[in-house]
Design a protein around this ligand. Structure first.
Ligand SMILES: Cc1cc2nc3c(=O)[nH]c(=O)nc-3n(C[C@H](O)[C@H](O)[C@H](O)COP(=O)(O)OP(=O)(O)OC[C@H]3O[C@@H](n4cnc5c(N)ncnc54)[C@H](O)[C@@H]3O)c2cc1C
Length: 433
């Protein structure tokens, strides 16, 4: 009988884990509490900026590039620049989810949408089954597995957004509709970790809002459609202080350019690169007189809070003290980003399949930026200061670290050569059965 991997959470990390486990030769069943895949990725879009280019190409060379090929194919703009960021692609937030869903269904992965996992069954200290409530149907379903991947993210729920943020801002996570996230590893007794801000308060606020493009002036829409970017100077008396940018999850945008201007990116919506922006102030900026928020709906007030509930794990992404549970994405540490979620999700899903098939787990060598990133974040999360930072290949401390190790490379042939030297070429594409 085929070995089975159960994936809890259908964000970028979960979809990547599901594909990787399937390619390695296991049957795969995925649970997602909402009616769509991609989680917070439904409102993101920025790919391949700065060090993310290197890790994307590494993952493609390692045979785990399926989702990157989809984001490339669904990009509205390619190879663009905006303050502090080079060679970015922006995927279209309206076409990406159906494309990813089709890829999973084509791979014969069983997807349970509107199915919120709420409990586990353990035997001899191992999770053997998960139990999920089906939305608005008075029934639950169960799935048994040999290995499990906890990719349930770190966002919300409302109580955290109220306690540590500015309240529920009605974001894409939709807790009031579909219920709060739930971690199978936490339920199995693992103590989750919480990220901190520099001032010691908990969690971090998501770093961008989306404006309805049609609510902006025609010249702004035209610039966005043509170039993907529109930088609009903010009159000095309306500017946010640069220190206020520090509360964001995305520290790569805590640059003065993001206080002196509003930076808009075209992802289908106009992605406004700030955690929230008071509507009355925004509407005083030229061209934004009629601006309205698309996500979160109360983007004039606040945004979702994240980085609650991360799991202790090793560099193979196995959850510490649980034999058959792996984790990826934000669950695997203070990693920000779709790219970061796809990489860690891929490794977690691959190792979940290896475990199910009785093979040893693997790590990505630290001679590659992917492996160094995963190892560095684990190390940093054990320090008090490290817990106050966020880690992304696209900027801030992790990008600096990768550059210092000479691992930021944009020559694709050189990246392929490094992957070859690390003996990782095509590893995630190989069936182990
Ligand atoms: C507003 C915003 C904009 C962003 N923009 C960008 C960007 O442009 N580029 C970028 O790289 N990154 C961006 N990010 C960050 C990025 O989206 C995340 O870091 C990354 O996608 C996290 O992926 P994940 O799979 O770990 O978690 P999530 O996206 O949080 O996915 C977790 C999934 O698990 C599901 N789930 C939780 N509990 C259960 C349960 N019990 N049963 C079933 N399912 C469950 C959730 O519904 C969710 O779909 C943005 C984030 C936000 C909030």
């Amino acid at each position: 009988m085929a070995k089975k991997v159960v994936v809890v959470g259908g964000g970028w990390a979960g979809t990547a884990a599901a594909l990787a486990a399937k390619k390695a030769g296991c049957e795969v069943e995925l649970f997602e509490r909402t009616d769509m895949l991609l989680g917070t990725g439904l409102v993101g879009g920025i790919m391949r900026n700065n060090g993310r280019f290197t890790v994307t190409e590494e993952m493609i060379a390692m045979g785990g590039g399926d989702l990157f090929e989809i984001t490339d194919a669904n990009s509205r703009h390619k190879n663009i620049e905006f303050p502090g960021h080079k060679h970015a692609n922006l995927y279209d937030v309206s076409t990406i989810e159906p494309a990813v869903r089709k890829a999973l269904l084509d791979a014969d992965i069983r997807i349970n949408l509107k199915s919120r996992v709420k409990d586990i069954v353990t035997e001899n200290g191992k999770i053997v089954r998960v139990i999920a409530d089906i939305f608005q149907e008075n029934q639950s379903i169960e799935a048994a597995g040999d290995s499990f991947v906890d990719v349930s993210g770190t966002a919300g729920p409302q109580s955290n957004c109220s306690k540590y943020g500015n309240g529920c801002a009605m974001c894409i996570y939709r807790c009031p509709t579909f219920g709060p996230r739930f971690s199978i590893a936490a339920k199995a007794g693992i103590k989750e970790m919480i990220g901190e801000k520099a001032d010691g308060t908990l969690g971090a606020m998501s770093g961008s809002c989306k404006l309805h493009k049609d609510s902006l002036a025609p010249e702004i829409r035209d610039t966005l459609d043509r170039t993907g970017v529109c930088v609009i100077p903010v009159p000095p008396h309306l500017q946010k202080s640069i220190s206020s940018l520090g509360q964001k999850a995305c520290q790569q945008y805590a640059l003065k350019e993001f206080a002196e201007n509003i930076v808009l990116l075209d992802t289908g919506h106009a992605k406004l690169m700030t955690a929230y922006y008071p509507l009355d102030v925004l509407r005083q900026i030229p061209g934004c007189e009629n601006a309205r928020f698309e996500d979160p709906y109360a983007g004039g007030i606040g945004n979702s809070m994240r980085y609650f509930g991360m799991l202790p794990r090793d560099n193979a992404l196995k959850v510490e003290a649980l034999e058959n549970v792996f984790c990826g994405g934000e669950k695997a540490g203070l990693l920000v980003g779709h790219t970061e979620a796809i990489i860690t999700g891929t490794l977690a899903g691959h190792n979940a399949a290896r475990h199910a098939l009785g093979r040893e787990n693997i790590e990505i060598p630290t001679t590659l930026a992917c492996g160094e990133g995963i190892a560095h974040v684990k190390e940093q999360m054990h320090t008090k200061e490290g817990l106050t930072k966020k880690y992304t290949f696209s900027g801030s401390v992790l990008f600096e670290h990768i550059k210092n190790k000479n691992l930021y490379i944009t020559d694709i042939d050189k990246i392929k050569e490094n992957v070859q030297q690390a003996d990782m070429t095509g590893i995630f594409a190989q069936s182990l059965t």
